[in-house]
Design a protein around this ligand. Structure first.
Ligand SMILES: [Zn+2]
Length: 360
């Protein structure tokens, strides 16, 4: 009896596995005629895969960013196929961070004539800084998954506090993303840009034009923004990351606010961030300008006083911004600490030291 029951369960599970389609991991939002934003559903946490934008024109399709694994990108391509059968002519990589790059090969395999658009600095930064980052992720990835699993089991967060439901969901998402990345890493193929942008490139799809713009250094040294001038829609890449910004170790905190001001000047009616929901006003952008201006002013003042990095860490106070971006969330507060407070001060200190050396 027991055996029959067990067999039934196995069959039922198999049937369920084949019969039910997995719920898509992104929502498809139609932004304008022929413009679609694919907004990720993973909860905010420490690992990412980005939003994508699909722009369909008379002559073909522009896709903005690929994803952290080829599997994620195949899902995006399947969604595109439901919208149009036109070929992908260009993939724009908004910057060289791997979560925006790894799935490029899916488009290359499906559309052999596709061109990859990136900032000129990507040619150097992707193999060099990206290569070093990849080495670190591959060395530490398995350990990080193990750490998150043990935290989930123990019921505590990464800081040793009792775990919240938001943290449980975030860690579970991180485990999936890191595991997928590690599985793909056995046979990584990094595709570099074939069309380079210095400041501005225009793409004509026959019945619509789009601009690819480098507005200055910010989240990385080579951030690109995609703008549809007629519809006044912008895809900001990781210049905007919601709900907690990402001013990481490869960012340029001293220039970030000025770059955002240039983005602000477009007065776009729709802004799609690299991570997070579609924005219909500039409130979040303004909050980020204030944060980045404060980081710039505070780190410059500290450096002018001759403080060391350790002293700078102690004197820079971003508490009002932590409250603004993280609210009462223990999870988002930890993300703020790890993706804003700690790396932004270190990156600013590095920029200030390099500037001083260049003057001497
Ligand atoms: Zn990024």
């Amino acid at each position: 009896m027991l055996k029959v029951w067990a067999l039934t369960v196995v069959l039922a599970t198999t049937a369920l596995g084949q019969g039910t389609k997995r719920e898509p991991r992104f929502a498809v939002e139609r932004i304008a005629d022929g413009v679609y934003a694919l907004i990720r559903k993973e909860p905010a946490s420490t690992w990412f895969t980005p939003n994508n934008v699909l722009i369909v024109g008379r002559d073909g399709v522009v896709v903005v960013d690929s994803n952290i694994t080829s599997e994620h990108t195949r899902e995006v391509l399947a969604a595109l196929r439901k919208i149009t059968d036109k070929p992908v002519k260009y993939v724009v990589n908004t910057h060289w961070h791997e979560d925006h790059i790894i799935g490029n090969r899916v488009y290359r395999d499906a559309f052999p004539a596709v061109q990859f658009v990136g900032h000129r600095s990507t040619l150097k930064d992707l193999p060099e800084i990206g290569g070093a980052n990849r080495k670190g992720s591959l060395q530490n990835g398995r350990g990080f998954v193990g750490l998150l699993e043990s935290k989930l089991e123990k019921g505590e967060n990464l800081a040793g506090q009792p775990i919240t439901e938001e943290e449980r969901l975030g860690y579970a998402s991180d485990i999936k993303l890191v595991s997928g990345y590690l599985a793909e890493s056995r046979d990584f193929e990094i595709i570099l840009p074939t069309v380079l942008v210095d400041e501005r490139l225009e793409i004509d799809l026959g019945d619509r034009r789009l601009e690819i713009l480098h507005l200055g250094r910010a989240h990385t040294g080579g951030d690109l923004v995609v703008r549809l001038p007629k519809e006044n829609i912008v895809f900001a890449g990781d210049l905007l990351v919601h709900p907690v910004p990402l001013v990481g170790s490869t960012s340029y905190p001293l220039e970030y606010a000025a770059t955002l001001e240039r983005l602000r000047a477009f007065n776009a009616k729709t802004i799609i961030p690299g991570h997070g929901p579609v924005m219909r006003d500039a409130a979040y952008l303004d909050a980020m300008v204030e944060l980045l201006t404060s980081i710039k002013l505070q780190t410059e003042a500290s450096f002018a006083r001759g403080e060391s990095l350790e002293q700078m860490r102690a004197s820079v106070d971003l508490e009002q911004f932590r409250k603004r971006f993280a609210g009462d969330s223990q999870h988002k507060s930890l993300i703020f600490k790890n993706y804003v407070t700690l790396p932004s001060v270190a990156a600013a200190f590095k920029q200030l030291s390099e500037k001083k050396e260049a003057k001497q």
